[in-house]
Design a protein around this ligand. Sequence first.
Ligand code: SAH
Length: 555
Amino acid sequence: MAKQGKLYVVGFGPGDFKHITTRAVEALQESDFIIGYKTYVELIQDLITNEKTIISTGMTEEVSRAQEAVRQAETGKIVAVISSGDSGVYGMAGLVYEVLIEKGWTEATGVPIEIIPGISAINSCASLLGAPIMHDSCTISLSDHLTPWNLIAKRIEAAAMADFVIALYNPRSGRRTRQIVEAQRILLQYRSPDTPVGLVKSAYRDRQQITITNLSEMLENDIGMLTTVIIGNSSTFLYDNKMITPRGYQRKYTLHADKQTLKPHQRLKEEAEPWAMDQKTGVQRIQSSVAVVEKVPKVESIKTELPKVNSYEMALEALRRVTGKQPETTTTQYIHQDFEEIFELAVSPGVANKKFTPEQMMTLAMVVGEKGTMEYTPNHQILLKIPTSNPDEITSKLQNVGFLLSPVGDVLTLKACDFCDGEKTGGIPYAEEIQEKLGGMQLPKELTIGFNGCGMACYKAVNEDIGIIYRKGKFDLFLGAKPVGRTAHPGQPVAEGIEPDKIVEVISNIMKEYKENAHPNERLFKYFKRVKNIQGYIYQDIAPKIKIEPAPCGD
Ligand code: SAH
């Protein structure tokens, strides 16, 4: 019986031997024939130890390569057809199947075939850039030899619109130079000009080159046949020259901090995922907001004579023709796509003021609307959670009616008494100054400063992380209370009679030290207990002598 032939279609990865799979090497060793594009055959030549026939052909002879492979396999030879990267991604796998199908091949009756996967350029290039394809991504080849350009353009636009990370394969060759220009123009209609873009040329090969740029400047760099262009999505960011796409969209934001990731215990909670599909109704709980047109700096690098599809550009062109002059404009527009997120902030009528006006209450109700929530907190604040894509609109409405706005989370909160309705006004300016300077400061752990206007300390300042009590024109200072838990205790009196002109500086220095030196999540009392000395104030051990079992929340 004639020897049974076999077809291997092998993806050998980006180009160096360390990134070829063991199965791919086995197949190459086992084969009688290796068929591939000249450059690729040269790349893997050193791996092939035993005698075999190597058929290398030109770039455009893919069909004849596939036909030759099938022919040889049918005569009983073991044949490997090689592709760089993965053979099923713009490689030879599909073509080999097409040739087989034309000949009536079936798995049961035809030659055996094994497709051996390899690391495709999107993966090898991404690994060199950081982690740009963490979220939904797609590959688009800009080669319009076998695909009509208008279909490619449509795919670029769809991917841009849907906020995919995009890997552009075959971005430019000697003859095809305009496609990448047009691709950039389409992308700029949906994505910010400063969207991170990574260019990787010859990944894991001798002349490897890695460039991090952005959407508006990418064409100023060398892009060729051996480059893969990776375009970030709307959340991709740069860190230390690495391109990173977060795993999901940020689901929460608050005042003063652009974006905040969810803490582990907040993940997967229904209220943290307002955009998820409701499992009972099958409907998305909130809709992504409508696209907003934003003004952005003009992008000089787009010069194209291709037809303008953007009405703004058409208007500019009309103006140019009518006046005979370049219109004076410094802006172009792109469709900025906003995804609704939960805006969290806390409001109060003031540092010492505890009285709400009817106008404030009405404004609160209006901005919170039906979708948001209001929650009264022990810090004399109302905590707001409002799904929105426009937090600025909310903050300006609240500020216009005199609310004091504060961020939430691991920040500094000042909780002052009402100074007996302002009669004992002596301390108020200092409380306000501390709020002004330090309110909302990001810290290793949430921290409350209790500020009381007289020695009665009826707002229980000594039970807060820091207690400040105004007494006879000077300040007493308490540090390191444990505000919650069954082992809660007040702060230690660490100083008496601090001069008013010193108090803000004293508190600023304590906060600076704590911020710089405490471990993440370490409350002030723990830090104080650990270091024993904060800014010269000495810790005294006042822990209870009996052991009390810790009881987690809810138990
Ligand atoms: N089958 C291959 C893709 C072949 S199409 C794969 O899965 O990777 C050819 C395109 O792939 C090139 O134009 C380039 O965009 C990309 N490419 C292939 N190898 C690359 C490498 N080592 N570095 C960068 N890009 C590469």
